[in-house]
Design a protein around this ligand. Structure first.
Ligand SMILES: *Cc1c(COP(=O)(O)O)cnc(C)c1O
Length: 400
């Protein structure tokens, strides 16, 4: 046997499909092809001196799985490569990722400007938890650039948004908002859960930090909870890593392995599910029972041009309103047999949801009405089933 070491791959020139299956791999002495799952809480040292060195340089080696684990590191490196970020830290869920960014970056007396159309638990986090520690949040209409600028105060430290929005697929101008964040000296955080790096690269458009619920499209198969934060080495290793190390919202090695495997099919799933979502959206627009369809790939979408500019495709999520109010919306949902009736999304299986009575029920009726989440609205997150089967499942409930 020769002792020649094969040089590592150079990820700088690789495309998203290739990074999804190749980036971040660390092989053990056994040269396994598929990534190993390191189900161990701690790691051993060869000597007391090595242990002391390990603790002094915690980010370099493996010590204890609350903050360093090879399977988790492979997931982090792969996602950082996909997003085009310098570093990534994983977390136990998407909410843990948002909490980590807030705890790592903010302190009492700071102010946050946040899009009104973010994930419900994100609003709860800012309003009911961070608020208790003296962090105040102002909500703005995400497509109103003047509102972002007007909300800035001397103590504003964070801008936060999610695009496209849930469930109305409203699109925020990531690049235009980055300029406002920069002039306010605020950390600009984008939740890239709905598009993923397969369809949208917020860091290239001026975002400072990406957060992910890996529970959704990164796993893509509805199996585990997970989250991640991607950004500069300075922010991730200097601020987020010390928080995760100390507070412990850690991704388990098992879940990291599942999500790492999910990333291998991310691009192909996102392309197929986006393509099917657009076809379904166009089909729904032609149904007499349907009032209005929301999907960024539709020419009728108010931000169609902006979506084309910053997203590679429209994404797998669409929503639509029915002419017959809540009764008609529930009839469509209850007439399906194939689609899953669940509030979750980001799965290979198509899901159907009534936002007003489930995901957005904690939002006041006035705020729901202001956000356009009416009782006749239905959301669909399109999966990998044959599109004709999805249409056939919806058709009986759409008969007028
Ligand atoms: C689900 C979701 C979250 C929260 O993620 P969890 O993994 O459930 O904690 C955050 N943002 C968006 C857009 C989501 O859909």
């Amino acid at each position: 046997m020769s002792d020649k070491k094969r040089p590592p791959i150079d990820i700088d020139n690789l495309h998203v499909e290739t990074l999804g299956v190749r980036a971040g791999v660390r092989r053990t002495e056994f040269n396994e092809h598929s990534e190993a799952m390191f189900l161990t809480s701690s790691f051993c040292f060869d000597s007391a001196e090595d242990a002391a060195y390990g603790f002094a340089n915690a980010e370099k080696g493996f010590i204890y799985s609350r903050f360093t684990n090879p399977t988790v590191a492979m997931f982090q490196d792969r996602l950082a490569a996909l997003e085009g970020g310098e570093a990534c830290i994983a977390s136990s869920s998407g909410m843990a990722a948002t909490m980590t960014v807030a705890m790592a970056h903010l302190q009492a007396g700071d102010h946050v400007v946040c899009s009104r159309s973010v994930f419900g638990a994100t609003i709860q986090l800012f309003n009911t938890i961070l608020n208790k520690f003296g962090i105040e949040t102002t909500y703005v209409d995400m497509s109103d650039l003047k509102a972002w600028a007007a909300a800035v105060k001397p103590n504003t430290k964070l801008f936060y948004l999610e695009t496209p929005s849930n469930p109305l697929t409203e699109v925020a101008d990531i690049e235009a908002i980055s300029k406002i964040a920069k002039s306010a000296n605020a950390l600009y955080v984008v939740d890239n859960c709905f598009c993923t790096p397969a369809l949208q690269k917020p860091l290239e458009l001026g975002a400072d930090v990406i957060i992910h619920s890996a529970t959704k499209y990164l796993d893509g198969q509805g199996r585990v909870l997970g989250g991640a934060i991607v950004g500069s080495k300075e922010f991730i290793m200097g601020k987020a890593f010390p928080y995760v190390r100390t507070a412990g919202p850690t991704l388990s090695a098992f879940n990291a392995w599942v999500v790492l495997k999910g990333l291998e099919t991310l691009n192909i799933r996102m392309e197929k599910q986006s393509e099917s979502a657009l076809e379904l959206a166009q089909w729904l627009e032609a149904q007499p029972a349907v009032e209005r369809v929301y999907h960024p790939g539709l020419k009728s979408h108010p931000q169609y041009e902006l979506a084309r500019k910053q997203q590679r495709m429209g994404g797998p999520i669409l929503s639509f309103t029915l002419k017959g109010g809540k009764e008609a919306a529930w009839k469509v949902i209850d007439s399906t047999r194939l689609l899953s009736i669940t509030a979750n999304l980001g799965d290979t299986r198509t899901t159907i949801t009534h936002p007003a009575t489930t995901t957005h029920v904690r939002v006041s009726p006035e705020a729901r009405a202001a956000a356009g989440i009416t009782d006749s609205l239905v959301r669909i997150a399109v999966g990998l089933e044959n599109i004709e089967d999805i249409k056939n499942d919806l058709f009986p409930g759409l008969k007028v």
